[in-house]
Design a protein around this ligand. Structure first.
Ligand code: SAM
Length: 238
């Protein structure tokens, strides 16, 4: 198993496990003494540690050696309009699993709700990283309104705008064509209520943007997230 742990990681350090993590290892996974556990803290790479149970319900981890160096964080910005909690949890995890390096909540005219729990977003990002062996925990950017988010993108960053009104064309060719020079990327997925036409005009006015159709049907936003991130990762592989 791989655990995210907010602690400095160094050979020989003994870290007491939080109750929930100890329970997960000892009871859920039924790990026993000396079985290796992989640890990461998002900045010092990945380390192997031995499980040292102390009592039935708690355990320590004795750090043994580093197994992987800390990689550079992926440079893909995933911009999204907040969704209802369950769907937002899912969308955040899938975006991270498929290479998002920054999660940027964007408030648009038709976004449901005006609040988003950033600590919940970070917890989802960490859970996805634990499951997928991602060592660089994505940044959770401050939520901003769409115009601010667009202005914050560097001019050279290619914005892949998921647009259900874009002509249904070959998304692979569209992505390859737009991302010829391997620019840094951003992906934008709208709210369940879609974008206001003034927002569409704003997005279209941004020079380095490709409006991408994900096919002839209207997808739910979290479905669109998986579709576009799978395409971007497969075609422009990062
Ligand atoms: N305009 C939609 C409607 O008429 O129901 C509402 C938006 S759709 C439910 C949510 C978001 O998913 C859209 O803003 C868009 O970013 C993305 N999306 C959905 N279907 C898509 C498609 N076929 N191609 C590209 N993006 C799509």
């Amino acid at each position: 198993p791989r655990l995210f742990i907010e602690a400095d990681l160094a050979e020989g350090r003994v870290l007491p496990l939080e109750r929930a993590q100890a329970n997960y290892l000892l009871t859920v996974l039924r790990k026993s003494e000396g079985e290796p556990v992989l640890l990461f803290n998002g900045r010092d790479g990945e380390w192997r540690a031995d499980l040292v149970p102390n009592g039935r319900k708690s355990a320590d981890l004795r750090i043994v050696a580093r197994t992987r160096p800390q990689p550079a964080p992926p440079d893909l910005h995933y911009l999204f309009a907040p969704l209802k909690t369950g769907r937002l949890d899912y969308m955040a995890q899938k975006a991270v699993e498929m290479g998002a390096g920054t999660l940027r909540p964007v408030f648009t005219r038709f976004t449901q709700g005006e609040r988003i729990k950033l600590d919940r977003l970070r917890a989802n990002a960490i859970e996805a990283a634990e499951q997928c062996g991602i060592l660089a925990i994505p940044d959770i950017a401050e939520p901003v309104r769409l115009p601010t988010a667009l202005d914050a993108l560097e001019p050279e960053r290619l914005l892949v705008f998921c647009d259900e009104d874009a002509p249904v064309a070959d998304p692979v060719a569209a992505l390859r064509g737009a991302a010829g020079g391997a620019p840094p990327l951003a992906v934008l997925v709208g709210p369940e209520g879609g974008f206001h036409e003034e927002e569409r005009a704003l997005i279209a006015a941004r020079p380095n943007t490709v409006a991408l159709s994900l096919g002839p049907r209207i997808l739910r936003a979290d479905t669109a997230a998986v579709a576009v991130m799978a395409l971007v990762q497969a075609v422009l592989g990062d």
